[in-house]
Ligand binder design. Structure first.
Ligand code: ADP
Ligand code: ADP
Length: 232
C-alpha cells in the first residue's frame, strides 16, 4: 500500500517559488492500477519522483508498505528503491547492451548470483513476449519491443511497485494497447501495484482502477475511474 500524506514540494527558483505538488494526500491499495492524469506542468513527474525517493518533499511523507521513503537515506533508501521500479517514456535502455543484458543489469547491481539472473531473465523474456530477440540490441527493436524490455527490466528484482512515467506516450495507438494489455496481465497475474502517470484519458480508461486528476500541483478529483470520468 502507498500512502501520500499532505505532500508539498516547493521548488525555490530564486525569484518565484513554485509549488510543483501542493498538499496532495492519496492512498493506493495493494494490487491496484492507479492513474495520475494531468496536463503538462501539473506536477505528475514531480509526484512520481517523490514516490521513488528521487526527490524529498518539502513537507509531508510518502509511505510504501509502511516504510517512510521520504525520510530514508543512504543504504536504506538504496534498498527500498530496488523494490520501486520505473518504466520510462523513452525507455532509457543501455544502447550498447543486448535485450538480455539490459534485463540482467539491475539484478547484477543488486548483487544477484549469475545462475539466478540467467533463470530470471529467461522467465522475463517469456513473460513480455520477446522470445528470439534475446541477443538483439535496442536499436534493432521497434518501439513496442523496446518498452517490453523496459518492463522486463523493471520487473527483474520483483518490485513491490511499478511506476510508469508516460510509458506509452512515445508509441502508436495499436502498440499502446498491446503494452497496456501487458501491464494489465502482469497486474492481474502477480497482484503487482502499478502507479502510472499520463496525459492520455484513453490509458486511464483502459487499465486503471482509480485515478487522480492533477492541476497546478493539486489533486482536483480522485476516485474510481468510472465515477470520475462519467458525468452525472
Ligand atoms: P508534469 O510532469 O505534470 O508535466 P512537473 O512535475 O514536471 O509536471 O512540473 C510541475 C511544475 O514544477 C512545473 O511548473 C515545473 O516547471 C516545475 N518544476 C518541476 N521540476 C522542477 C525543478 N527541478 N526546478 C524548478 N521547477 C520545477
Ligand atoms: P526511439 O527513437 O526508439 O523512440 P528515443 O528517442 O526514446 O528512442 O531514445 C532515447 C535516447 O537514446 C535519446 O537520447 C537517443 O538519442 C538515444 N538513442 C536512441 N537510439 C540510440 C542508439 N541506437 N544508440 C545510442 N543512443 C541512442
Amino acid at each position: 500500500m502507498i500512502v501520500l500524506n499532505q505532500i508539498r514540494k516547493i521548488f525555490d527558483n530564486g525569484k518565484a517559488p513554485i509549488a510543483a505538488v501542493d498538499d496532495v494526500s492519496l492512498t493506493v491499495e495493494q494490487g491496484q492500477i492507479y492513474g495520475i492524469i494531468g496536463y503538462s506542468g501539473a506536477g505528475k513527474s514531480t509526484l512520481i519522483r517523490l514516490l521513488n525517493g528521487l526527490e524529498k518533499p518539502t513537507s509531508g511523507n510518502v509511505l510504501i508498505n509502511g516504510q517512510d521513503i521520504s525520510a530514508a537515506t543512504g543504504e536504506t533508501l538504496r534498498r527500498a528503491r530496488l523494490k520501486i521500479s520505473m518504466v520510462f517514456q523513452h525507455f532509457n535502455l543501455l544502447w550498447s547492451r543486448t535485450v538480455s543484458e539490459n534485463i540482467a543489469f539491475s539484478m547484477q547491481i543488486a548483487g544477484a548470483p549469475k545462475a539466478q539472473i540467467k533463470t530470471r531473465v529467461a522467465e522475463l523474456i517469456d513473460l513480455v513476449g520477446l522470445q528470439g530477440r534475446e541477443n538483439a540490441y535496442p536499436s534493432q527493436l521497434s518501439g513496442g519491443q523496446k518498452q517490453r524490455v523496459g518492463i522486463a527490466r523493471a520487473l527483474a528484482n520483483s518490485p513491490d511497485v511499478l511506476l510508469c512515467d508516460e510509458a506509452t506516450s512515445a508509441l502508436d495507438p495499436q502498440t499502446t494497447d498491446q503494452i497496456l494489455d501487458l501491464l494489465l496481465d502482469i497486474n492481474r497475474r502477480f497482484g503487482l501495484t502499478i502507479v502510472l502517470i499520463t496525459h492520455e484519458m484513453h490509458v486511464v480508461r483502459k487499465i486503471c482502477d482509480r485515478v487522480a486528476v492533477m492541476e497546478n500541483g493539486r489533486v482536483v478529483e480522485e476516485g474510481e475511474v468510472i465515477r470520475v470520468f462519467t458525468h452525472p
